[in-house]
Design a protein around this ligand. Structure first.
Ligand code: SF4
Length: 638
């Protein structure tokens, strides 16, 4: 597994680009990409490469090419790898809607063959490698019209180039299928691997979520996309693309690479499990019966996943629990704690639980009581209290205790929840579960020897195979950790994002709790951010921001922050901040609004793919963006 990043300096500034390349190498970056937006810049790669080698660094350099075959031909002379974008290497994008006949399509492919062949031959002759780097949002008109702006379109776009290279006996190729939407990116990588298998190709993969933005959200999106694929066993190089100093990308990428190596070294167990029913190429939410958790909250496939948070206080500290929840709920109106998880140790705590219940009336919709003790309390329906869900970690140990537990839940005012191990259920367990009057909520009993993603997938497959379409609660717990060698917050963030995100992107999960950061509020926020990253539930503005490179026309980090400050309260709106007009509009994919650098000090504003305002002075651009959002009827006052 190799880690890569990209310089953000102007490539023509040889000294600055050399310096940043060396800094990246010193930080642990193993492949450094440098943009070559012109033949002049491609020529500058020569002295940059020389200076880097003279400084004693062997790190391979990659030229990043869009649109310009001449720049690619020049760059191949100087660096170890050339990245081309199949969406724009031989095609100018005109956004034309056009039906191609088979013969017209064939003619287009012949034209492509002619344009791409010289680079293939040059790389072959010079011993250079190449990345065929497909981006969702910058597919050629030809591919878009035939396959759509879809994972299939992305895969086909790459395959067109791979077939040409194969015709020339050139195989030093790595592929990428990037998108700012982790779901699209996961499906595209899986699909291209499958299609390559059909054609007996096995090129390595470079993984990345593009235009991920900055901060926690960008790390979450990258962890979801890259982590899901690493768990599939896919990926050979990775880049965590951040709108920050590129050095900041390296530790995050290294953390993910370490996890992958850890997972891949696991020897598979001998147990056989039911076949998964997940479609790996197309998102579909897992079918699930509807459950009414409270007056206001329903769960099931038609509803976005519900967020729970686990209180670290014991039940006896009622005041602390109530105060903490009240504080959070007063400021987290768009992303509240919907259900509070409380531990219940013994029947003697019954009175405390009832007091807590009344105290939390209006603050949370339901309380989920986690009990290791057998039995449920004689709870009653009360209009002035949150409803109760009762989780048993032990009821499934034998049929008698399961039957008793389900009966007690039915007699009381509690919805049942069960923690199951990822191992085959007995016939008696299946019979009792299928007869339950209320479908129980199912979560995974942390099991040793299997990572939690696999555990939840097996659980879902086992239930579905038996026709038990019960809701699944994804828990990110201490003992369900995916990688237990690091205890930092960023490690926990990656673990939770990978575990929950990969399941959510496969359509699994009806409830979500993050329970591993030690802070109720952080856990709540992280759960909502993961749901947003996996596009499972939108609770705030979605920002897409390019990581910046030598083409960038303004300070991306500070501008992205200004745009966030002005628009961060617009729930459900996607805003892209892109550094240049060459790639920005194509690569902002499904954004509602775009803020794109068009010339030094000038900004173009977009609604979808349409440029609405041109060459606005940078100093006015954020205000004009706000005005545009107002004109489009998407504005609400903060
Ligand atoms: S969109 Fe951003 S990262 Fe992509 S080429 Fe333009 S400036 Fe560089």
């Amino acid at each position: 597994m190799r880690i890569q990043s990209m310089t953000t300096t102007d490539t023509l500034d040889v000294a600055a680009t050399t310096r940043q390349t060396i800094e990246l190498a010193e930080a642990g970056c193993e492949i450094v990409r440098i943009t070559a937006p012109s033949v002049r810049a491609a020529k500058a790669l020569g002295p940059i490469s020389k200076a880097v080698r003279e400084a004693g660094f062997k790190v391979p350099l990659v030229a990043d090419i869009h649109f310009l075959p001449n720049a690619a031909m020049e760059a191949a002379k100087h660096v170890e790898k050339v990245r081309v974008n199949p969406g724009n290497y031989a095609d100018r994008k005109k956004f034309q809607v056009r039906e191609y006949s088979d013969s017209q399509y064939k003619e287009e492919l012949e034209r492509l063959h002619e344009s791409f062949t010289p680079l293939v031959l040059r790389c072959k002759e010079l011993g250079r490698s190449m990345r065929v780097g497909t981006n969702h949002g910058s597919l050629s008109d030809r591919v878009l019209n035939r396959f759509g702006d879809t994972p299939r379109g992305m895969a086909e776009s790459a395959l067109e180039f791979l077939r040409i290279a194969r015709d020339h006996g050139y195989h030093d190729i790595v592929l990428s299928m990037k998108s700012s939407n982790p779901k699209v990116m996961i499906e595209a990588y899986r699909l291209v691997v499958c299609l390559m298998n059909d054609e007996e190709m096995d090129y390595p993969l470079h993984l990345g979520v593009t235009e991920a933005g900055d901060g926690e959200d960008a790390r979450i999106k990258s962890a979801i996309g890259i982590g899901s694929l690493l768990l599939d066993g896919l990926g050979d190089t990775i880049r965590v693309s951040l709108t920050e100093d590129p050095i900041a990308e390296i530790p995050v990428a290294r953390d993910m690479a370490r996890r992958a190596l850890n997972w891949w070294s696991d020897v598979p167990g001998k147990t056989t499990y039911p076949a998964e029913l997940i479609n790996p190429f197309e998102f579909q939410r897992r079918p699930c019966s509807e459950n009414m958790l409270s007056e206001t909250i329903r769960i099931g496939e038609k509803h976005p996943p519900t967020v729970l948070a686990h209180s670290s206080h014991p039940l006896k500290d009622i005041q602390k629990i109530v105060q903490e929840v009240a504080q959070i709920q007063s400021v987290a109106k768009d992303a509240p704690i919907e259900g509070l998880v409380i531990e219940y140790k013994e029947v003697a705590e019954q009175t405390l639980l009832e007091t807590l219940r009344s105290s939390l009336f209006g603050a949370v919709s339901f309380i989920l009581v986690e009990s290791n003790a057998h039995g449920t309390p004689p709870a009653q329906y009360r209009e002035d209290s949150p409803s109760l869900v009762w989780l048993s970690n032990a009821a499934c140990e034998n049929p008698n205790s399961l039957e008793k537990f389900l009966q007690e839940c039915e007699n009381s005012d509690c919805l049942p929840a069960l923690a199951l191990a990822a191992k085959p259920m007995t016939e008696e367990t299946v019979r009792l579960l299928s007869q339950a009057s209320t479908p129980p909520i199912i979560t995974l009993l942390p099991t040793s020897g299997i990572n939690s993603v696999a555990g939840y997938r097996i659980l879902a497959a086992m239930l579905d195979e038996r026709g038990l379409h019960f809701p699944i609660w994804i828990r990110n717990q201490e003992d369900g950790r995916l990688f237990n060698k690091d205890d930092s917050f960023s490690a926990r963030l990656l673990d939770s994002s990978i575990l929950s995100g990969s399941l959510l992107c496969d359509g699994l999960g009806d409830m979500l709790s993050v329970e591993n950061t030690g802070s109720l509020d952080r856990n709540r926020g992280l759960a909502y951010n993961i749901l947003q990253g996996a596009r499972a539930r939108i609770s705030k503005t979605e920002f897409v921001a390019c990581p910046s490179c030598g083409r960038t026309l303004f300070d991306l980090q500070s501008t992205t922050q200004l745009v966030k400050d002005a628009t961060g309260h617009l729930k459900g709106v996607t805003i892209a901040v892109m550094g240049c007009i060459v790639n920005g509009p194509g690569e902002m994919a499904d954004a509602d609004f775009g803020y794109v650098g068009s010339a030094p000090g000038k900004i173009d504003l977009y609604v979808g793919k349409n440029r609405i305002k041109s060459s606005i002075p940078e100093t006015e651009a954020v205000d004009r963006l706000v005005k545009l959002i107002q004109e489009e009827g998407k504005w609400i006052e903060p």
